[in-house]
Design a protein around this ligand. Structure first.
Ligand SMILES: Cc1ncc(COP(=O)(O)O)c(C=O)c1O
Length: 131
């Protein structure tokens, strides 16, 4: 139903909230924000899928010395993040620069996203996945 809403609104993805009104995930992707150099993603108990690509990002962050935590995230946190990106088997790792007609920071893919994308591509090459 959320995906249908996205299509009707003419947008590629939609943020889905849980019954507490905090961010759970997107319709087909895991959501990550970056604030002051720390990567933050909603907790599984907040409704995030325990996704394969999510686990790869945790692993990459650990290896690349990037701080990453699971936490409860509000829409305000997303709107005011330094960076926002999504992950999923289909999407891989994609930047988000505009949400609800609000620009995220400078509206360009951020440095932490770029670092993780590079790491993800290397990881995919090393494991023989063609991208
Ligand atoms: C609702 C939802 N959340 C997150 C994901 C991302 O999970 P994964 O990284 O395992 O593809 C998907 C993928 O299909 C999904 O449908």
């Amino acid at each position: 139903m959320a995906k249908v809403e996205c299509i009707k609104a003419g947008v590629m993805e939609g943020l889905m909230l849980n019954d507490e009104g905090t961010v759970a995930e997107c319709t087909g992707d895991t959501v990550f924000i970056v604030k002051n150099g720390v990567v933050i993603t909603p907790k599984i108990s907040d409704g995030a899928l325990d996704g394969i690509t999510r686990a790869v990002i945790f692993d990459l962050c650990e290896r690349m010395n990037i701080d990453i935590i699971e936490d409860t995230i509000t829409r305000y946190d997303v709107y005011t993040a330094d960076e926002v990106f999504l992950t999923g088997t289909a999407a891989e790792v994609i930047p988000v620069v505009n949400i609800d007609d609000r620009e995220i920071a400078d509206a360009v893919p951020g440095p932490v996203y770029k670092q993780l994308l590079e790491g993800f591509r290397e990881e995919a090459q090393n494991t023989g996945i063609a991208i």
